[in-house]
Design a protein around this ligand. Structure first.
Ligand code: DGY
Length: 327
């Protein structure tokens, strides 16, 4: 009998085909809307594996509804939607899709850096509203990018890719990480420094950390107060790493000077969110990895992980490999 699989969203056909070749599957048939929780739990009773999005909470209740489940293949690099301790307790493998979204997400970080520094969205809105009256020497002036100091918080794959892109802008790079990252230093000339020093000295502060209990709320009033009034703050990691009320107050007081945000504490963020009322905020809807090619790669990578785990082949991206039987 083939393994039974549930896919929590309509994913690209290439990924579905690779699952169908080895498994019987059911799939929530919407590309845009998450499966409602009750329907998700009801769909899990006989499954051996699940391919999930970061919109699904994979917790004890999820696992209780899926007593046969051996693998959860999350279609994302991050997995803060998953209660890893609950999976470990049940010996369920978790896989993710690191590597395939690195450059795409780094590109988006740069888009936010440039847009926030050069007031791109504000300028667009001004034209659309018919408020462009003339050219003036100090009209819509923003912050210089070339030669500015780039501060990267979190020196993983994406942080390194963001740093690599800085060479064309002749930017000195500082980074903060739990431990020094020699590869990043060698490739980009980045210099390790303590977080407070980075916050005081960087012109661009880019957050690229996973969300953990350690990083939750890591950026609050104290951290924003250390930043330059001209600094541009970018979060393309996870919303809860930032205290949004503190960021709102800080931006209103002009320190940092602007923010570029791809992620929010609650997603989708409502249009009434105070941060969205600020002209110095550039916001996009969690699209760091959102290119056609990358989303296809993420789906096929998740599918490969899922099928490998269910057919006893080596799993490319295990998050908790200790639960795998020895090979
Ligand atoms: C991830 O992969 O963790 C992103 O946030 C979604 O692409």
């Amino acid at each position: 009998m083939k393994p039974q699989v549930y896919i929590t969203r309509r994913i690209p056909q290439a990924a579905v085909d690779s699952i169908a070749a080895a498994c019987d599957y059911a799939m929530w048939d919407s590309a845009d809307l998450p499966v409602p929780r009750d329907q998700l739990l009801a769909a899990l009773s006989g499954v051996d594996g699940v391919l999930t999005m970061l919109t699904e909470r994979v917790d004890a209740a999820f696992l209780a509804a899926a007593p046969r489940c051996r693998v959860v293949a999350n279609m994302a690099g991050g997995y803060d939607n998953v209660d890893l301790a609950a999976l470990n307790a049940r010996n369920v493998l978790l896989t993710n899709t690191p590597g395939v979204l690195t450059d795409t997400t780094a590109d988006l970080v740069w888009a936010l850096m440039l847009a926030a520094a050069r007031r791109i969205v504000e300028g667009h809105n001004l034209i659309v509203a018919g408020r462009w009256t003339t050219w003036s020497p100090m009209f819509m002036v923003g912050q210089e990018v070339s030669g500015a100091t780039l501060g990267i918080v979190g020196a993983g794959r994406i942080g390194t890719a963001v740093a690599r892109r800085a060479s064309g802008f002749a930017m000195p790079i500082r980074y903060y990480n739990r431990r020094p990252a020699p590869a990043l230093e060698e490739q980009t000339g980045a210099r390790y420094c303590e977080l407070d020093e980075l916050l005081r000295t960087a012109d661009f502060i880019v957050v690229l950390l996973p969300l953990t209990e350690e990083t939750r709320g890591m950026f609050g009033a104290r951290e924003f107060a250390l930043m330059k009034p001209t600094a541009v703050f970018v979060n393309a990691a996870r919303g809860p790493i930032v205290d949004e009320d503190a960021l709102y107050n800080a931006l209103q007081q002009g320190r940092p000077g602007a923010a570029g945000l791809d992620v929010f504490t609650v997603e989708p963020v409502g249009a009434e969110h105070p941060l969205l009322s600020l002209p110095n905020v550039t916001a996009v809807p969690h699209i760091g990895s959102a290119t056609v090619a990358t989303r296809i790669r993420m789906a096929t990578t998740a599918a490969t992980n899922l099928v490998a785990a269910l057919t006893g082949r080596p799993v490319p991206n295990p998050v908790n490999p200790a639960v795998l039987p020895p090979t």
